[in-house]
Design a protein around this ligand. Sequence first.
Ligand SMILES: Cc1ncc(COP(=O)(O)O)c(C=O)c1O
Length: 401
Amino acid sequence: MHSNTLLEIASEYGSPVYVYDSEKMASQYKRLTNAFNKVKQVKINYAVKALSNISVLKLMNSLGSGLDTVSIQEVKLGLVAGFSPENIIYTPNGVSLEEIELAANLGVQINIDNLSILEQFGTKYPKTPVCIRINPHVMAGGNTNISVGHIDSKFGISIHQIPHILRIVENTHMTINGIHMHTGSDILDIDVFLYASEILFETAKNFKNLEFIDFGSGFKVPYKEGDIETNIEEFGKKLSKRFTAFCEEYGKELTLAFEPGKFLVSEAGYFLTKVNVVKQTTSTVFAQVDSGFNHLIRPMLYGSQHEIINISNPDGRERFYSVVGYICETDTFANNRRISEITEGDILAFKNAGAYCYSMASNYNSRYRPAEVLWLKGKPHLIRKRETFDDIIKNQIEITL
Ligand SMILES: Cc1ncc(COP(=O)(O)O)c(C=O)c1O
């Protein structure tokens, strides 16, 4: 989006504020479906956790996407946004049987990732088809916290436990209609992805009633100039060929499913903050903005690099800054970054702020969560109000001392 448009949005809605470009989301969706256009049945299920605003979900629905959800609340958000239950897959990890039953009663596709729940669910609901999440024991992902398909990971049922899965299926007479994996985020090497896919194909042969194979997600998007991204077009070509061949071998046209979060929304997002203080110290120049890791935790949590531009002075001379927040502990957004000269009051835009930014925001330090704005058909639309003091205290119960 153009700097002037972002500046106008910051001036109209105040800061800090999240802004999402619907056109970028739509073009990423198209890019992904185009990459797999040789496969007859493809299903994209947008991962709600990345950015769960209802208006964004509605946009995904209008593009033809389904939803990938991990909690009963995300399922309910999807239904409120107008998705039909058949277009929602529910992939929880470590939740109670009761929560899974609630989701099943809402009619969504259940994806189970442990043997204990598989056995309990299959015994109680043998007629509800279930997808199973496999752990292929592949190390893939940009950071240990987001690599989830390896042997030490808590996710999925080990490929070495297939005989146990089959025993449960046989004893309960349940139907397995899908198999799934998600090995991690920010996967750079498509060969690792293809290798894991081969494991999934091998696993699939054990199940005779499959309707779909879900390859999860983990596509890497660029975060800075010259950054590597997953070559989705090449990946599409290679996996489509293998998938089509597998379907022939399997003897049935299956649906190829993905559940991207980052790929669809990361680059569409901008987080706009105002510089409160420019502080020279003996070692650096801090630009302190009206936000902190309460609003955007990724740099502190994962060491992620969000490009930061000074949209109030885009053509200014570049200087080095450490961009930090106002939280009462270290909350560094960027260290030693080259940014156009900053004056107090300037608006800094953080890029790649669509995925895992607002959705991970909190009220730490009793701060308000920011507003969210969707840029749609050439106009800004407020899609979430900034919180107020009422939001901070509304669930608190004051006792008499
Ligand atoms: C099960 C599952 N599917 C999909 C995703 C989305 O991954 P990404 O945002 O890398 O596309 C995640 C992310 O954590 C996930 O856990």
